[in-house]
Design a protein around this ligand. Structure first.
Ligand code: SF4
Length: 460
């Protein structure tokens, strides 16, 4: 996962990008960067990038060194390419035909390995191990007259997930892959245009949300206006189901609906799938909270604050020894014993990947005196890896890929365990519309071939 932002037409573009990246910080905490320049001038592009949170990487003096009315920014969560400084985006390069180009990418190209091999055989020299750099090399090698045509040609060669902001010294471009796996929104702030991974960045900047960039759309934006064109590969959109379940911020809009609304509806649907006789509902904060509110509302059970999250924990650099191995989870979460002691509780969380954190949380709740623990997950079991930009482990390390439900409950140490059914999830996300989502991490049916011989979902 990553977060991207692009702004054109404001003399404070880099400062707006900086604040926008704060709003997108939940999409990537490993590294971040901003590139800025003045449109119409063929001068140098200014760039500042580094490892860490936005607050660690950017200071007042660094922002002063990022002038211009166009800026693009990126927060990185490494899914492809490893943890090298060379992989921190936005990337910059100079093309003989189009001048300076900078790019920030959210997603994962599923044929990056093959393309890279082909490009290297033809003489391309890569500076990073990121799949995003492949796009730049394809741009450099495509022989057409305009950058719009070039981007369309490049889109014929790349597969997988890509929401992209790309800028030249004339224009800002927004590109979303034909499946629309990752979100990208388009907004306006005064005369400036803004592209961002999520609408929460527009909210922070007091910008107006105009619309989502459509799957398969290429937006070309200058300081005065914008134009839209379609990429050549057409297909049925498949939005990532995990954006509303976990990744996107609850206040962001996905297809004009807040993520909070989706999550609450998932909790409601979970409660409607069973009747549970317990004392209290608690959430695993923060992403489990909206579903817990929905679950409590639908079940009529009281919702209490059973776990408190410490929001001030940065990254911890000390590997805990065996003796203090539980400190790491306690740094982030602490149980409220008065809510839990001698109570039967239903605990709502959004998802289980490996199960390691869930097992530790359950142990915390038991130690705090919970009498019965019923774990309810507001999404179906994750049994397959994601190849579209979400960092999930291989199937060997996915709890639900290796175990049946009773075994999972034993491993986690809960009295009962239940997941939201895929049918209910689809109803919540699609709400009677024809909108389709990718559910491949639940059912293994990937929307397109990803060059590693996996089953492909039948066409609708
Ligand atoms: S496989 Fe799962 S996480 Fe990946 S795009 Fe599809 S729904 Fe999202």
């Amino acid at each position: 996962m990553c977060g991207i932002i692009g702004i054109i037409g404001d003399p404070l573009a880099s400062q707006l990008a900086y604040f926008g990246l704060y709003a997108l910080q939940h999409r990537g905490q490993e590294a971040c960067g901003i590139v800025s320049f003045t449109t119409g001038e063929d001068g140098d592009l200014s760039s500042h990038k580094g490892f860490g949170l936005v607050n660690d990487v950017f200071k007042e003096d660094t922002l002063k060194k990022l002038p211009g009315d166009l800026a693009i920014g990126h927060v990185r969560y490494a899914t492809q390419g490893g943890h090298s400084a060379y992989n921190i985006q936005p990337f910059l390069f100079r093309s003989a035909k189009f001048g300076s180009i900078t790019i920030a990418h959210n997603g994962n190209l599923t044929n990056a390995k093959e393309l890279r091999q082909e490009l290297e055989e033809k003489g391309s020299i890569f500076t990073s191990t990121s799949d995003s750099e492949v796009i730049l090399h394809l741009i450099a090698r495509t022989k057409v007259d305009t950058l719009e045509e070039c981007l369309k040609e490049v889109s014929k060669r790349i597969y997988g997930a890509y929401s992209i902001v790309l800028a030249t010294q004339k224009k800002l471009y927004g590109i979303r892959d034909p499946f629309g796996f990752r979100p990208l929104v388009f907004g306006r702030r005064g005369k400036a245009f803004i592209l961002a991974s999520e609408s929460c960045a527009l909210d922070l900047l007091d910008a107006e949300y105009l619309r989502d960039v459509r799957p398969g759309e290429l937006l070309s934006i200058n300081c005065e206006n914008f134009s839209s064109t379609s990429l050549p590969r057409e297909t049925t959109p498949r939005y990532c189901a995990f954006e509303p379940i976990y990744f996107s911020r609850p206040d962001s809009l996905l297809e004009k609906e807040t993520v909070y609304t989706y999550r609450k509806a998932m909790g409601k649907a979970l409660a409607q799938e069973e009747k549970l006789d317990v004392d209290v509902v608690i959430a695993v904060p923060d992403s489990g909270v909206p579903a817990a509110i929905g679950y409590a509302e639908a079940s009529g059970l009281p919702l209490e604050l059973g776990l408190v999250r410490n929001h001030y924990v940065g990254r911890t650099f000390i590997e805990p020894t065996q003796a203090i191995r539980d400190f790491r989870v306690k740094l982030k979460l602490n149980p409220v014993s008065s809510v839990l002691k001698n109570k039967s509780v239903v605990v709502i969380d959004d998802s289980i990947v490996r199960g390691t954190t869930s097992r530790k949380i359950i142990r915390l709740l038991r130690d705090a005196g919970a009498k019965e623990i019923h774990l309810r997950i507001s999404s179906p079991p994750i049994a397959y890896s994601c190849h579209y930009g979400v960092s999930t482990p291989t199937r060997d390390n996915l709890l639900a890929a290796q175990n049946k439900l009773p075994a999972m409950a034993d491993i986690l140490g809960v009295d009962t365990l239940k997941f939201l059914s895929l049918e209910s999830l689809k109803k919540v996300l699609e709400k009677g519309t024809s909108t389709k989502h990718c559910h491949a991490c639940f059912n293994g049916l990937y929307p397109e071939e990803i060059f590693c011989k996996i089953p492909v979902a039948p066409a609708d």
